[in-house]
Ligand binder design. Structure first.
Ligand code: GDP
Length: 425
């Protein structure tokens, strides 16, 4: 029988999911991206080099693994074409044999990116910190039923009629709300020819493919983007993303809702990072933050933006574990903390209504303050550790402290970005 796993983020994203998927694809036949678009980056370091993947699943590097972009993703043809080119130019095979796109995935249109930028400009100093990849306008339109499905590319006559309708509607918003330039059919024709034609060979009924793969006992790995706290419904709204990042959504976004998720591997970073605006209770500042940012090289894979950094947040992490239904945890970047004398751990929040270990309603987060305990640092290089026993006692204690607080076994401890820099407990 097949065994399906999901690799998901427990916190704000950038936990190191890409590196875990890259490692775990060894035991899987199919990797599926089920939500989000090219607005975040998964960094993978392997024998081909260092890559920032935005849309293509991290299983692309493994021979024989089939990668699927499910119906829940924001399919940006421009970004996808660029990513395929980049991978090919560096010796990675990308073909319809190892990449499939759901015919039910909606296309991110050029105007989605424009609208993202126009709205952030309107907000001026009240921005949400969008990556301006058009994700929020895309999902809004999808829920309004105003997007084009990838499969429509195979019906050119009907597609032209549909595009003309959307164009007329979208130009009203562009010109009359934002005073921007309208799109023309010629512009869309060029976009179709340049970016949609090249991806057509990958588009198919991935639901049929996944059902067959399950019947054949193939193991499927669901790859998430961002983390639990960015989930549209249950995250730190409105500083969430516009899709559902939770494992429970994986089978739906993959395009085969009946699929089981047997194992949920929640990825947690050994400290906290956050990109963009919004409450971030454990945030460090000044020199302390600078040091951690440099040690962990915390700059966004998509935007190059300096990430906000902070202590590990057990309140947020416990909440993330619950939302994801994690069955085990991969703790990443433990090696980054090796320089610290004392390591802060946020065990509770102090809020307007008292101290709490439960993650509060988003409005309360603004005034919440962290309550820290301090653990002994280990002050030695642990990047060569490959067994649990190789870790210094203080490092093991740090891991065990997190494990007992979040109530989920930490099965993997990552001590470096490379595929083999991992301890399996
Ligand atoms: P993702 O979106 O969750 O895949 O995370 P990102 O790729 O945005 O960020 C994770 C970063 O940490 C990448 O640059 C990885 O190469 C790196 N990384 C992952 N695990 C480790 C680790 O255990 N130690 C170190 N030093 N770096 C790691």
């Amino acid at each position: 029988m097949s065994r399906n796993s999901a690799v998901v983020g427990i916190n704000w994203g950038d936990e190191g999911k890409g590196r875990m998927v890259d490692l775990l694809t060894a035991g899987h036949d199919v990797v599926v991206r089920y939500q989000g678009g090219g607005n975040a980056g998964h960094t993978v370091v392997n024998e081909y080099g260092k890559f920032s993947l935005h849309l293509i699943p991290s299983g692309i590097f493994r021979k024989g693994v089939v990668n699927v972009l499910g119906s829940g993703v924001a399919l940006d043809p421009e970004n996808l074409c660029r990513e395929i080119e980049e991978l090919r130019s560096r010796g990675v095979e990308v073909s319809p044999d190892n990449l499939m796109i759901s015919e039910r995935a909606s296309l991110l249109m050029p105007w989605h990116r424009d609208l993202d930028a126009l709205e952030e400009a309107r907000l001026a100093d009240r921005q949400y910190g969008s990556t301006k990849q058009g994700i929020a306008p895309f999902y809004s339109d999808k829920y309004q039923k105003k997007t084009v499905l990838a499969g429509e590319l195979f019906y050119p006559d009907e597609l032209r009629v549909h595009l003309r309708e959307l164009l007329e509607w979208k130009n009203l918003t562009l010109t009359r709300v934002y005073g921007a330039k309208p799109y023309t059919m010629e512009m869309l024709e060029r976009w179709l020819a340049d970016f949609c034609e090249p991806i057509k060979p990958y588009i198919c009924d991935t639901g049929v493919y996944l059902a067959k793969a399950e019947a054949e006992g193939k193991n499927v790995l669901f790859e998430a983007q961002l983390g639990a706290l960015r989930d549209l419904d249950l995250g730190i709204y409105p500083y969430t993303t516009s899709s559902n990042t939770l494992a429970a959504y994986a089978p739906i976004g993959a395009g085969l809702p009946s699929m089981r998720v047997d194992e949920v591997i929640g990825v947690v970073k050994a400290y906290s990072t956050c990109v963009g605006e919004g409450p971030f209770v454990c945030e460090m500042s000044g020199e302390e933050a600078e040091r951690l940012r440099e040690a962990g090289f915390e700059y966004g894979a998509k935007t190059g933006r300096a990430r906000r950094v902070g202590a590990v947040d057990l309140v947020a992490t416990r909440y993330g574990v619950r939302l994801q239904g994690a069955t085990c945890i991969a703790l990443t970047k433990l090696d980054v903390l090796s320089y610290m004398d004392k390591i802060p751990v946020c065990v509770r929040y102090r809020t307007a209504s008292g101290e709490t270990e439960d993650f509060p309603f988003p409005t309360e987060l603004d005034s919440a303050e962290p309550v820290f305990e301090y653990m002994e640092g280990w002050k030695s290089d642990i990047s060569g550790a490959r067994r649990w026993e190789d870790l210094p006692a203080a490092a093991r204690e740090y891991v065990l402290k997190i494990e007992s607080a979040i109530g989920c076994p930490i099965t993997y401890v990552s001590v470096g970005p490379e595929r083999e820099s991992i301890i399996y407990r």
